[in-house]
Design a protein around this ligand. Sequence first.
Ligand code: UD1
Ligand code: UDP
Length: 375
Amino acid sequence: MKKNKVLIVYGTRPDAIKMAPVVIEFKKDSAIETVVCTTAQHRETIDMVNDIFGIKPDFDLDIMKQSQTLEYITSSIMEKFSKVLDTEKPDMVLVHGDTATCLICSLASFYKKIPVGHVEAGLRTHDIYSPFPEEMNRKLVGNIASLHFCPTESNRTNLLKENVPDSCIFVTGNTAIDALNTTVGTDYEFNCSELNAIDYNDKRVILLTAHRRENLGAPLVDICEAVLDITEKFKDVVFVYPVHPNPAVQNTVRPILFGKNRIILTDMLDVRDLHNLMKRAYMVMTDSGGLQEEAPALGKPVLVLRKETERPEAVEMGTVKLSGICKENIIADASELLSGKDLYMKMATAVNPYGDGHASERIHAAVLEYFSRST
Ligand code: UD1
Ligand code: UDP
């Protein structure tokens, strides 16, 4: 009997990390043929993740260019991924999240009438310009997909409001937690030597990441200035900021923060270093989506450096606070967490709403069920 073929595609760092447990789960099942494709919308970041999880993509579209435009990413992925579909003729394509890779690979599959399974479906801010262009990307994929794998119940509710049939929606938890369960260890030694040199008992480490398109320019300058102010006020604080390779991020951040006392700028960290640093950190300040899911699972308070979030669950549970991008607010929120123990303890002990680390198994089971229904 011919095996069903599932093609799993991703292109950026967060998608690679969150799809790694899905790839591993599908590869365990010899009754399904699993093919892996990376668009390489990102290059080094993706390669690092694939190495750590031992994944060797069958197809690498190698599209990344420095300072690439959305138009370039869109057209090059459409052109190259369509050829992979012609060669492989999968029975289903699994995409992840809200990136350009996710949208364009879904659309290319739709053009060939290949069903799409959308991992991390149903997150919404309801503002198409924030995050930009990701909110629209995710909404559009919601219209294309046949199966929707939602991290939380509220994601499911969002899809039901958009008339997605309930029978196509599966609440699985977020695969980020599956990945996190494999990377965090005790007595972990960092690959980045600067991180081994920090005295984590004596200093309070704040893990900072900021790279979002809507924060480039003035908001990122404000974030950096807030960081300078916080370090000045709290002498036991050390910031660690792994700076995204995007030149638009590097060129803003480095001139303001490089060489400053108790501010460590690193290159991007491999995912094991990042997760283990998060585990040792006092708190997290970030505009990243993934960190907003991972930090609550490790009991770390998070200040989100964005105006809105498509991940309101952790805000409701109390581990995450939306600080925005205004310098004064960021300083005030960080100071409150660093000064008093009450708010800190409340945020650090709230419940993680993003799942139990078995999301990939649920996704695999739902895909099998889909195939059994369609034969
Ligand atoms: C993309 C995603 C965003 C996600 C982010 C994760 C879209 C529209 N946006 O945004 O949702 O949060 O990835 O990081 O898909 N670069 C490198 N090496 C790398 C990665 C990036 O040099 O490994 C540089 C390149 O100059 C590249 C630039 O970063 O042109 C921007 O990458 P791009 O994928 O266009 O957008 P991101 O802002 O990273
Ligand atoms: N991450 C990493 N190294 C870093 C910064 C982030 O491995 O230097 C991981 C992080 O743990 C999370 C993911 O990358 O799993 C988040 O990616 P990113 O912030 O680029 O994208 P977003 O989540 O905002 O879409």
